[in-house]
Design a binder for this molecule. Structure first.
Ligand code: ADP
Length: 483
């Protein structure tokens, strides 16, 4: 029995010696260090010569720190002491460096139960504490960035969307004060309930997929009155350390003023284009009449002037037509009258004028028998627009190719020119309203509406429109129609 006990003691000592965590034992009222393993000596920055010395003499640098007193306290009271995280400033060379340890001080008793010493073991948790601190600092930084951001931001936590943070700008949009913080957002803003926002937030919370809205109308209480505001916003899911979604961040801008200004502009365009249409029609009729009259009484100078007037009137008619189409689109009045027709027949008709007027050669390729069920007049408008653009923007390209293909369940029409092409960074904007690549030059007339209208027409048919272009190598504008 005695033999086993001494063997066990030897084993324990070996374990202590090789432990990566500091373990030491102080004995007697002066806390003499009677044992300190390698790890202890390392963190203390001492060697074995300190063994036998009172704790304070062995480690004079820590005299003002709580440890000597804790050892004394446990020695006198006989009650163990544990701490999850205590700071210790220990010598590294000539300077003290801060560490954090999880400590355990255990009283050691003799056969009669009398305390003769204290064993201290410690685990270095410095890296853990540092990482926690850094996380706290980055969270604080994020918070202050959100609070000072020039756009409205809020974080809505857990599936009840409790307002965790909302900056000034967000409170301004909501028309509330900080009283909403800590409450479910739809409790703080009851008027926002039932307007679809809850479903959008739920969708983001459940799927993790962000949601973006450009001009989303919402009615909110402002100074006691319900007001319609338009918001541009993004909802994105936030995740915890395990990767589980625990909040949604909303970043928003109030675009009400811009939307209202745009609406006013659209209204004006609608009225102006309607007003222009009638006199333009009679002007066109007059020019045609004059053409007929000069045929009866030939007059070279007059004929030239009338031909020029004819070209200008036609250009004007195109522009007014585009404006009228845009206001129709805005009001949702662009309807389709579908019928069966052969695509290539439309191309032949609509490209006659280009062949005649500009000397470009139009080459029709592909499946010339392909039939579609679509609004012939509108499809004609799209193709004329693409061919006109090819002529306008690629004046030196002698050939313009029109290709008709059947791709799966779609008809695809491509208009290819060999002109200057379009810079890659401009391509995503081409189909936006009023967008022109060279908006400063104005050498080529246009309103930046043709592609926007064409795209809307194609989308209304359930098709798609796009462009393949390499700057310097020409462009291929294409659209598809479901068969
Ligand atoms: P508009 O011709 O009235 O400007 P569009 O919507 O038809 O309006 O075209 C938008 C812009 O796209 C044009 O201003 C032009 O810069 C560019 N674009 C269109 N077609 C071509 C083309 N074939 N080659 C180069 N640029 C083009």
């Amino acid at each position: 029995m005695e033999k086993h006990k001494s063997l066990l003691e030897q084993h324990l000592l070996t374990i202590f010696n090789s432990s990566p965590s500091p373990i030491y034992v102080c004995a007697g009222p002066d806390s003499n260090v009677i044992y300190a393993n390698e790890a202890t000596l390392n963190v203390w920055g001492k060697d074995a010569s300190i063994i036998g010395m009172p704790f304070i003499e062995a480690l004079p640098e820590i005299v003002d720190q709580p440890f000597p007193k804790l050892v004394q306290m446990v020695y006198q009271s006989g009650i163990p002491y544990h701490t999850e995280q205590d700071r210790a400033d220990l010598p590294v060379g000539d300077v003290l460096q801060t560490y954090y340890f999880k400590f355990s001080y255990l009283p050691l008793t003799d056969d009669e139960g009398k305390v003769w010493g204290v064993m201290c073991s410690a685990t270095d948790v410095t890296e853990l504490v540092k990482a926690k601190r850094e996380l706290e600092i980055s969270q604080d930084n994020l918070r202050s960035m959100i609070m000072q951001a020039p756009v409205a931001i809020c974080i809505l936590k857990d599936p009840n969307f409790i307002v965790d943070i909302a900056n000034e700008k967000m409170l301004e949009i909501w028309g509330t004060t900080t009283e909403v913080i800590g409450k479910p957002v739809f409790e703080g803003l009851p008027e926002a309930k039932g307007q679809g926002l809850e479903e959008l937030l739920q969708g983001v919370y459940q799927s993790g997929k962000s949601f973006t809205a450009d001009n989303h109308p919402v009615e909110l209480l402002k100074n006691g009155k319900l007001e319609k505001v338009f918001l541009k916003f993004v909802y994105a899911a936030l995740r915890d350390s395990k990767g589980l979604i625990n909040a949604v961040i909303a970043v928003a801008t109030d675009v009400t003023e811009q939307v209202l200004a745009q609406q006013k502009k659209d209204d004006f365009i609608g009225i102006a284009s309607h007003e222009l249409k009638t006199p333009l029609t009679s002007l066109k009729a007059s020019v045609q009449l004059m053409e007929k009259l000069t045929a009866i009484e030939p007059n070279d100078r007059l004929e030239k002037l009338i031909a020029q007037a004819g070209i200008s009137v036609n250009k004007l008619a195109y522009l007014v037509e585009d404006l009228l189409n845009v206001s129709k689109l805005n009001e949702g009045q662009l309807t389709l009258n579908k019928e069966d027709f052969t695509l290539s027949h439309v191309m032949n008709d609509c490209c006659q004028h280009v062949r005649l007027q500009h000397g470009h050669e139009i080459i029709l390729k592909g499946d010339t028998t392909l039939q579609v069920f679509a609004d012939m007049h509108r499809i004609d408008q799209v193709i004329v627009n693409l061919v006109n653009n090819a002529v306008k923007y690629a004046p030196d390209s002698d050939e313009i190719h029109i290709i008709i293909e059947k791709i799966n369940a779609f008809a695809k029409v491509s208009v290819r020119d060999f002109g200057p092409g379009i810079p890659e960074n401009k391509i995503p904007h081409l189909f936006q309203r009023y967008y022109r690549v060279d908006s400063s030059g104005h050498q080529i007339s246009g309103l930046g509406l043709g592609l926007y209208i064409s795209n809307e027409i194609v989308e209304k048919h359930g098709g798609q429109m796009g462009v393949d272009s390499k700057f310097g190598e020409g462009s291929t504008f294409w659209f598809t129609l479901p068969l």
